[in-house]
Design a protein around this ligand. Structure first.
Ligand SMILES: [Fe+2]
Length: 325
């Protein structure tokens, strides 16, 4: 499948500026897929590019509910959002983040396996039985925040991705849901299609040649972008005046999977490791009575193990850096 995007003149081929990209900003938008009627096409696009845009993933009521959640919790619990005189270190430069809202808000549980995006997420991770939860957070680039010039980066990666065959399924996939309209005036999630197959943005730039693109993704509230965490991405600045709200959910791949490496045909990919050493799941999800839900929330880190062993005590939770009530 070919991505129909028009490439602008390369403004900077300077390797020292690679983290800020190479100025090859696409002037056309990527296609948007309906995740239910175009599941296979959406999967094919993702398998080729390392990202896909899904249309209308949240309905009007869900967008309104989540925006109301932002307004309410920013008013009632500003510290959880990092709204304070001295922002927490992990909040600096990234706008506002509510790191682990599932801990205290069961009203969010239905969003964790959202029916709209689920068919495509399942395909990307190799089947419904292989979909695992990793992390859920809310972010906001507030109005009048100025421009931040975030660098291109990838999130967590596994080294075997560069040599294993087949590449798919991915190790982690992240879903970015737009909760406000994203236009050319607002910050936009921006990806380099096909860059997930390379170790650095410079390598991607050199190898992809004329097909190298930096694609800021615009869409109305409710749009969802799925990306392989190995795909290079950034927050593309808007005018510094308009803001943006996004819900980010990371999924991991579960189960053992036959694969091959150049040195071995009998390579077995284990379940993807945990994404962080601090992200924890509340008891109602980690020990859910439904075995399929328990499997979904089964990728525990050592902090989770200690919290579970304590009987999910508040004392243990409050000792965790981002766990405080
Ligand atoms: Fe990232």
């Amino acid at each position: 499948m070919e991505i129909k995007l028009v490439k602008q003149e390369n403004l900077s081929g300077d390797a020292s500026r690679a983290d800020q990209g190479f100025g090859c900003v696409a002037t056309e938008q990527p296609p948007q897929f309906d995740p239910h009627t175009e599941t296979q096409a959406a999967y094919d696009f993702f398998a080729e590019t390392g990202f896909v845009v899904l249309a209308n993933c949240l309905n009007t009521e869900e967008v309104a509910h989540l925006n109301e959640f932002y307004d309410r919790t920013q008013r009632e619990f500003p510290e959880r959002w990092g709204i304070r005189e001295k922002p927490k270190p992990h909040h600096r430069g990234q706008g506002l983040i509510y790191s682990q809202p599932l801990l205290d808000h069961p009203e969010l549980d239905p969003y964790t396996q959202h029916a709209r995006s689920h068919p495509v997420v399942s395909e990307i991770l190799g089947g419904e039985e292989n979909v695992r939860f990793s992390e859920f957070n809310f972010r906001e680039a507030p109005q009048n925040a100025g421009v931040g010039a975030m660098n291109f980066h990838h999130d967590a990666v596994r080294p075997d991705r560069l040599i294993r065959k087949p590449y798919m399924p991915v190790d982690w996939v992240c879903a970015v849901h737009y909760l406000t309209d994203v236009t050319d005036k607002t910050p936009a999630f921006c990806v380099v299609p096909g860059s997930n197959k390379f170790g650095s943005l410079q390598e991607a730039y050199e190898a992809l040649g004329d097909t190298y693109q930096e694609v800021p993704i615009r869409g109305k509230a409710g749009t969802c972008v799925l990306y392989d965490t190995a795909t290079f991405h950034t927050r593309f600045d808007g005018d510094g005046i308009e803001g943006r709200r996004t819900w980010h959910q990371y999924y991991a791949r579960g189960g053992f999977l036959k694969s091959s490496l150049p040195t071995s045909d009998r390579y077995v990919r284990p379940p993807t490791p945990v994404l962080t050493d601090w992200n924890v799941f509340p008891e109602r999800l980690a020990l859910h009575e439904d075995p399929e839900k328990r499997r979904f929330f089964s990728h525990w880190n050592t902090a989770q193990c200690e919290w579970a062993a304590s009987g999910f005590s508040d004392e243990v939770r409050n000792s965790m850096p981002r766990g405080k009530e």
